[in-house]
Design a protein around this ligand. Structure first.
Ligand SMILES: Nc1nc2c(ncn2[C@@H]2O[C@H](COP(=O)(O)OP(=O)(O)OP(=O)(O)O)[C@@H](O)[C@H]2O)c(=O)[nH]1
Ligand SMILES: [Mg+2]
Length: 195
């Protein structure tokens, strides 16, 4: 995938600030620190286009990135991470409201990519979210992150275990590592099919 352009369009803390839709959108969802911003950077081959941090809860706004890749135009949308314990309930509710208002009302949304750390089990946060998205007819792909942190045998085993935890839900899963740049091309393929 040749990235011709990758630029921040806008960062939003409110629905009223969302940019007009000009291109199909792909959203990145998941627990804080799971690697959303890192994966986005790996996809666009930039080190710090989306800001990453080892401090969870860094991304508190919705960031819209305009990306021209090959002959396609797409908006990659970095959503704030949920599940960060050290924020007040009020703040947590306001993030949730922001995420839901994006997911529910965004006509340009083609696919939600739900990230899951390969080393962790799914929690209710993810399974409830998957069901919530399914109820609204929003297509989801689950992407396992940080694959480089496990040895190949263990990696394959964990991917299987996690797939089993999804039960009968009809979602596809993909394995990635933003650090080792694994599964990036495959993820682009998934994205491209929805544009
Ligand atoms: N080893 C390894 N570390 C990773 C990988 N992806 C992300 N990380 C690390 O995980 C931490 C969190 O990554 P981010 O991309 O900032 O996570 P995020 O999901 O955007 O987090 P929030 O913005 O807080 O929601 C950083 O220290 C990254 O360097 C990966 O593929 N491999
Ligand atoms: Mg982030």
């Amino acid at each position: 995938m040749k990235i011709r352009r990758a630029e921040l369009n806008r960062s939003c803390a409110l629905l009223a600030q969302f940019p007009e839709t000009t291109r199909p959108e792909i959203a990145f969802l998941g627990r804080s620190n799971v690697g959303k911003s890192s994966l986005l950077n790996a996809l666009v081959q930039r080190k710090q286009l989306a800001r990453t941090s080892s401090t969870p809860g860094k991304t508190r706004m919705i960031h819209f990135f305009e990306v021209d890749a090959d002959s396609r135009e797409v908006m990659l949308v970095d959503l704030p991470g949920y599940g960060w314990a050290r924020v007040s309930r009020k703040e947590r509710e306001s993030w949730q409201g922001l995420i839901e208002s994006y997911l529910e009302g965004r006509e340009a949304l083609r696919l939600a990519i739900l990230l899951q750390d390969l080393r962790r089990d799914f929690s209710e946060d993810e399974t409830l979210l998957l069901d919530w998205l399914a109820e609204r007819g929003i297509e989801v792909v689950v992407v396992f992150t940080k694959g480089d942190k496990l040895k190949p045998m263990r990696r394959a085993k964990r991917a299987k275990e996690l797939r089993a935890q999804l039960g009968s839900r009809s979602v596809t899963v993909q394995l990635t590592s933003a650090q080792a740049k694994q599964g990036i091309y495959e993820l682009w393929k998934t994205i491209r099919e929805r544009l």
